[in-house]
Every structure is written in structure tokens, then in C-alpha cells.
Design a protein around this ligand. Structure first.
Ligand code: ES4
Ligand code: ZN
Length: 319
């Protein structure tokens, strides 16, 4: 569906389609443990978040040069634009690359080659959000923020992703304080697999402005009340939730009830190459399966711009 929308929850590494993965593997002399794209797609049957993350990190081995990151981002932006995305706030995971010996500059400059010309080339404005891997140490997050300092003109905010359970937001208090002091916006994944308490902690301890996923807030009525009152945006990813078995089926997704409760929901694709669809596909799926009215769909699209980090004048142009 091509309703104009902003995408606020998108991991650029999660847009690596099998075809591009094999193309980059050949270009860089990397051998993948899959015979072909069909065999790779066979591996896209996930039990939970961790089983997905294992493949997600494994495939990143094909990303080596600035040009690889540029090609990855351009491929995403073209597909997003075709589905009505006018603005994209894009997560990247520097530690997943620096741990393989890449320089953070290769990642940021490569992505920027695509993002810097995205409005002209794709009609999509962009922001870049640096995510810390929560299953790595707090010290590693601090040194990642330090390494990013030469590139802060290209980075709008920080986020927190990867394996959630056992890695509560409080672990990253110090790096979020430092990021805030540098003028960076703050978001974090919370309440995807982790408990509602992680959502509260992300708000109170990390000072986040948006919660990525936030799905499990529905288990805590007092938390829902707070999120409604404070109009805290939640970046939901319905197809991701199905593929990672956070919900049993799409028909069981609490999105309609969350909207009825007054929560400020947005619909996003998370890792579209792995979860069966881009932003428009997620909108199509919730419309078809959850029976959302046109008015609800327009509300979701409007929320995506309101919850974005666009300035007011940019927001009006994008909508
Ligand atoms: C992710 Cl779906 C999801 N959750 C947490 N971390 C992630 N990194 C990439 N996709
Ligand atoms: Zn995510």
C-alpha cells in the first residue's frame, strides 16, 4: 500500500536480501554456508529473537566496504519508496561490524553515500540512529559512542537492540546519559521479548522518547495508562512479531486493542528481508488480517510522521 508514511523501526542490516547477500559474497570473496538463495531462504524459520539474530549476524560477513553499505542502503530506500515511505529513520549496529575488524567510518560513510542523496534519488528523507548491542558490555557501548564522535553530524540518535532478556535498559544508563549530553535523541527496544518493566526502565532510566516494539506493555494496565497519557510512540513491527513468535498469529496481534486504548502506535518493518515484508507490506497485512478501518490506517500513517525526528516544516513537506 502506498499511503505516505514514515518508517521509524528499520535495521539496515535486516534489509539484506538473499540475492544481494550472494552478490556481495562473490564481490568480497566471502563463502556463505548456503548453496544458493533458495537454501538460504530455507533458514528463515525462526523460533525466537535469538535464532533470528544468529543468522542476521552471520550474513553480515558479506558487508566489507563502503560500497557494500551504500548498495545495501540504496536497495532498501528504493523498495521503501515504492511502498510509500517518505521518511526513514534507520538503525545500524556498528559493533556488529567493528567486531569483524571494520572501521565505524566505513559503515557510516558507506551508508551516508546513499542517505545523503536519498531525497534527490528516492524522494525519501532519512535519519541515522546508532544502536548499541545490549548483549555486549556497557564498556563496549561507551567505546562505540566514542568512536562515533567524528560522525555525529550524520547521526541523529542512539538506540538499543539485540538479545533483550537478561539485558535490562539500566545496564546502559551511563552511555545514554553521555548520548543525551551530546544532543543525541534516544530510543530503545523494550518489551519485545522482555517484560513490561523494561519499558518503564527505558523511559525512566534511559530517557527514551520512543519505545521500539513496546508490545508487552499490554500486560501492565498502569503502564498503558502512562504511555497513553504521555503520548509515547511505540514502533510496532507486526510481521516481525509473527516471524519471531512474539504473537501466535497475525490475527492475535494486539494492535487494534492498542489503538482502541489510545496508544500512539506506528507500524514498521524491523528486518524486512527476513520477516516477509517492507513497510507497505506490514500495512497491507494488518489491514487484511486485523480489519483496521481506513481511518485507523491513516492514524497509523499520521502517527509515523508525528513520532519522527523530522522538524515541523520537514514533516509537513514529507506528508
Ligand atoms: C532486531 Cl527484531 C530485533 N529485535 C532486537 N534486535 C534486533 N536487531 C535486529 N533486529
Ligand atoms: Zn528492531
Amino acid at each position: 500500500m502506498s499511503l505516505p508514511k514514515a518508517e521509524l523501526h528499520l535495521h539496515i542490516e535486516g534489509t539484506l536480501e538473499p540475492e544481494l547477500a550472494f552478490e556481495l559474497a562473490a564481490r568480497n570473496g566471502v563463502t556463505l554456508p548456503y548453496a544458493d538463495t533458495d537454501e538460504l531462504r530455507e533458514a528463515y524459520r525462526f523460533e525466537d529473537l535469538q535464532s533470528f539474530l544468529n543468522l542476521y549476524y552471520e550474513l553480515m560477513a558479506v558487508l566489507r566496504t563502503e560500497r557494500d553499505f551504500e548498495d545495501l542502503a540504496n536497495a532498501y530506500l528504493a523498495r521503501a519508496a515504492a511502498q510509500g515511505v517518505r521518511h526513514a529513520e534507520i538503525f545500524f549496529d556498528p559493533q556488529a561490524h567493528t567486531s569483524r575488524g571494520l572501521d565505524i567510518g566505513t559503515v557510516v560513510e558507506g551508508l551516508w553515500r546513499a542517505l545523503g542523496s536519498s531525497e534527490a534519488n528516492h524522494g525519501v528523507s532519512t535519519r541515522l540512529i546508532l544502536c548499541f548491542l545490549r548483549d555486549e558490555s556497557a564498556e563496549s557501548a561507551l567505546s562505540t559512542l566514542d568512536a562515533a564522535k567524528p560522525y555525529l553530524d550524520r547521526i541523529t540518535g542512539v538506540g538499543l537492540d539485540s538479545a533483550e532478556v537478561g539485558h535490562p535498559p539500566v545496564k546502559f544508563r551511563e552511555v545514554y546519559e553521555a548520548a543525551g549530553a551530546l544532543g543525541l535523541r534516544r530510543v530503545a527496544h523494550a518489551g519485545e521479548e522482555g517484560p513490561p518493566e523494561y519499558i518503564t526502565e527505558a523511559l525512566d532510566v534511559l530517557g527514551v522518547e520512543r519505545v521500539d516494539h513496546g508490545l508487552r506493555c499490554v500486560e501492565d494496565p498502569a503502564l498503558v495508562e502512562r504511555l497513553v497519557r504521555d503520548r509515547v510512540p511505540l514502533t510496532l513491527c507486526p510481521l516481525s512479531n509473527v516471524r519471531l513468535r512474539t504473537v501466535d498469529t497475525l490475527a492475535d496481534h494486539p494492535l487494534p486493542a492498542m489503538l482502541d486504548a489510545g496508544l500512539m502506535c506506528t507500524v514498521n518493518s524491523d528486518d524486512p528481508a527476513y520477516f516477509g515484508g517492507y513497510a507497505g507490506d506490514n500495512f497491507d497485512a494488518v489491514r487484511a488480517t486485523l480489519g483496521l478501518t481506513e481511518e485507523r490506517l491513516r492514524e497509523l500513517a499520521r502517527n509515523s510522521f508525528l513520532a519522527s525526528f523530522l522538524e515541523d516544516d520537514e514533516e509537513l513537506r514529507a506528508r
